[in-house]
Write a protein of this length. Structure first.
Length: 202
């Protein structure tokens, strides 16, 4: 990952820091919702495929085990994970691809979910705004930036980092600047960079 920012939508991109290692889905990446028409080649993401989504997605909510008052350095809206916090991956549920408190809903209508407080790698992270408005059933759910299990690990479809680097990233993200995750193969990035007005990679 390389971070960039710009002052205005027409300003030049400025790189920040050095590239950071990360890991993605155990089977790679696949075109996500909203990007199926970008290329006729390559797989398209679906539930349970073990792939991280390819495309451009907002980063708008942080989460973690700690209470909000101990995360004051994080500027994104923050959700504390409770023992009853689920991310629903059941495609039949009305709460599919949402993070919810199962103790606070009128009816638990799902049979499958990630119990987020039980996952040590979710000690803190960011919800990737993938397949969210509204979610398309079966196109993938519960996509996060989270702590990795090491540089040789993989995820079920998320993007994961060293704990220290992820903490730095979370403190840098500013909702006023509308942060986005751009996730592509190197070849697709080169093809799309000019048309999408993406920064040149070093």
């Amino acid at each position: 990952m390389t971070r960039f920012e710009r002052a205005t939508p027409i300003s030049a991109w400025t790189p920040l820091g050095n590239p950071v290692p990360l890991v993605v889905g155990r089977t790679g990446i696949a075109w996500g919702v909203g990007f199926d028409d970008v290329s006729a080649e390559g797989p398209h993401k679906h539930e349970g495929d073990g792939k991280a989504p390819a495309g451009i997605f907002p980063l708008d909510t942080a989460f973690g085990f700690a209470p909000a008052d101990s995360m004051r350095g994080v500027r994104l809206p923050y959700v504390q994970l409770l023992p009853t916090t689920d991310c629903v991956d059941d495609t039949t549920s009305s709460h599919y691809n949402t993070v919810v408190d199962r103790a606070g809903v009128p009816r638990v209508d799902w049979n499958s979910a990630e119990h987020m407080r039980q996952v040590s790698q979710y000690e803190f992270g960011v919800i990737v705004g993938y397949n969210a408005s509204p979610p398309m059933k079966g196109r993938g759910s519960c996509i996060f930036l989270h702590i990795w299990a090491g540089p040789d690990s993989h995820t079920a479809g998320c993007t994961a980092f060293d704990q220290t680097k992820l903490g730095e990233l979370m403190r840098w993200l500013d909702p006023r600047k509308r942060p986005l995750l751009v996730q592509l193969t190197a070849d697709e990035y080169d093809k799309l960079r000019s048309g999408w007005k993406l920064p040149a990679l070093r």
